[in-house]
Ligand binder design. Structure first.
Ligand code: HY3
Length: 357
């Protein structure tokens, strides 16, 4: 790190990433951080707090160089591998997006499970089966249960931290719509707001993505700083999920629910996948509404690009503020995109990167 007051420019260096995508959503993995970049703290959550509270922390700047143009783009996403909180997890991760560091990421957890199997960071048996990859993330300890065939990852089940509904269907005044929009809030490692898109007379289709970005930004701005019921305190809504019901398919059992969604997170970032933590928030909301029970219903959740996660509930726990807690599970598949060795040069005129729009 360059000390304040120092005139020395930080030196240039190379950094390696391995890029995956989960259901179309990018996940750029940095396994080895440059010296001096690991935030000084004893847990993953505390490391995140250090980096977001330290202006110009080198890890924050590295996030920008790998996420923003010209090495990334406004919808890029990734994670820095860090030590776990203790020996109970295989590793820890700090998730990042274009505006900062998030507390939870389901699509990233699925990608990390598949990555850990291919990198042989976990013991992969010769017989086909399921390998448990345990990961410390800022919201707690999660796991990716990776189905392995011929030692290759096929898909992974993201088993999340305890999740719960916070409010169901509260009216929120949205100026651009000229009235109230009904919103449900839930926690799935991060707080998400869900909005039935039929209220907006918008279908969850790619041509409507700009409209969803604009309304998602507006809803986040309206909720920002407002006091929610315990335990959430001041709302810090990470994503707005616009969902619609989809028709049952002929082979579906009576316990299958189908929905399509687009999640707008950070400041107008569009999730290409059905959003892992958002799917958990939807499952918790559906539980609160009496439409989902552990071991019974499953949610087939389609993204704006048509990719699919399947979610269900592993268990139900005690109520928080009148809503049942649950452990959600989300199945998705991740694929390797490539490996890159990036050159990071502080003397590059556009260092540490830029965004348009
Ligand atoms: O799958 C998820 O949970 C993430 N995808 C992008 C935004 C969320 O963090």
């Amino acid at each position: 790190m360059i000390e304040p007051g120092s005139n020395a420019a930080p030196a240039s260096y190379w950094i390696e990433t391995e890029d995956w995508h989960t259901a179309g959503q990018p996940f750029r993995i940095v396994e080895n951080l440059p010296e001096g970049h690991l935030p000084d703290a004893t847990s993953v959550a505390a490391r995140r707090t250090v980096v977001i509270n330290t202006p110009f922390h080198p890890l924050g700047t590295l996030r920008q160089t790998l996420c923003h143009e010209p090495r990334g783009h406004a919808d890029m996403y990734g994670g820095f591998i860090v030590p776990p909180n203790d020996s109970g997890a295989h590793f820890g991760v700090l998730f990042w997006h274009k505006d900062g560091f998030s507390t939870a990421c389901g699509h990233g957890t699925i990608a990390l499970g598949c990555w850990a199997v291919t990198r042989k960071l976990v013991q992969v048996p010769a017989e086909d089966g399921v390998v448990d990859v345990v990961i410390d993330v800022p919201s707690g300890r999660v796991s990716a249960k990776v189905a392995v065939k011929n030692r290759k990852p096929i898909h992974a089940d993201f088993v999340n931290v305890s999740s719960y509904g916070v409010t169901t269907k509260i009216p929120v005044a949205i100026q651009s719509r000229g009235g109230d929009v009904m919103i449900s809030l839930a926690y799935g490692g991060a707080y998400s707001a869900s909005v039935d898109a039929s209220q907006l007379e918008l279908s969850v289709e790619p041509p409507n993505v700009s409209a969803f970005v604009a309304i998602g930004r507006e809803i986040k701005a309206v909720l920002a700083g407002k006091n929610g019921p315990p335990p959430c305190g001041i709302y810090d809504v990470s994503g707005v999920i616009f969902f619609e019901d989809e028709a049952r398919e002929p082979h579906d059992s009576v316990d299958t629910l189908r929905q399509r969604n687009v999640t707008i997170f950070a400041d107008g970032q569009v999730d290409r996948s059905p959003c892992g933590s958002g799917t958990c928030a939807r499952l918790a909301t559906l539980l609160a509404e009496g439409k989902m029970r552990p071991g019974r219903e499953k949610l087939v959740h389609r993204s704006i690009i048509g990719t699919v996660f399947e979610g269900d509930l592993v268990s139900q726990g005690e109520n928080i503020n009148g809503f049942p807690t649950c452990i959600p599970r989300v199945r998705g598949a991740a694929n390797l995109v490539g490996r890159t060795k990036f050159f990071i040069d502080p003397e590059d005129p556009v260092y540490p990167g830029f965004l348009l729009g």
